[in-house]
Design a protein around this ligand. Structure first.
Ligand SMILES: [Zn+2]
Length: 155
């Protein structure tokens, strides 16, 4: 596993397929299926991705009372979820981004809503979708609440 600042490393040293984050302004992070590296882009660290001032979910694990009832699971996946999602693409998971039909249009199954739609339409594909695996991981980690509806529900 490795980390690099793609905007500072010369392109010839980055390897085939790597791109500079500056050329992908709305990208949180990326990785390659079966690869060894995760690239976190500055967009992924923006302040609005924090939840109650935090980038990671460890504080919520240690203090479940800081989780608000009916908040969507997406709100708590934050940076931790992004890193997990990308790790599941690498050789450690070798999973994909699966498409789902949302109101007649194919979209990537990102976020709780699309992942739940994927589960309804083709549950077997959820086992190959990084986002579903990541959200399930976050829900299990934040076990002070029930997340089966996609929002924080008291146990
Ligand atoms: Zn992905």
């Amino acid at each position: 596993m490795g980390w690099m600042d793609t905007d500072k490393v010369p392109a010839r040293e980055m390897g085939v397929g790597f791109q500079k984050c500056a050329n992908m302004p709305n990208t949180n992070a990326y990785s390659f299926n079966g690869g060894t590296d995760v690239v976190m882009c500055p967009f992924g660290w923006r302040n609005e991705r924090k939840k109650n001032g935090q980038y990671t979910i460890t504080g919520f694990k240690n203090n479940p009372a800081a989780i608000t009832q009916n908040d969507p699971l997406d709100d708590y996946s934050i940076i931790t979820g992004t890193i997990l999602h990308e790790i599941y693409h690498t050789f450690m998971g070798n999973h994909n981004d699966v498409q789902v039909n949302i109101n007649g249009q194919l979209q990537t199954a990102y976020g709780t809503y699309n992942c739940m739609q994927l589960a309804l339409q083709n549950s077997a594909q959820t086992l190959d979708n990084c986002e579903n695996i990541m959200l399930a991981s976050i829900a299990m980690f934040l076990d002070g609440w029930d997340w089966y509806t996609g929002v924080a529900t008291p146990l």
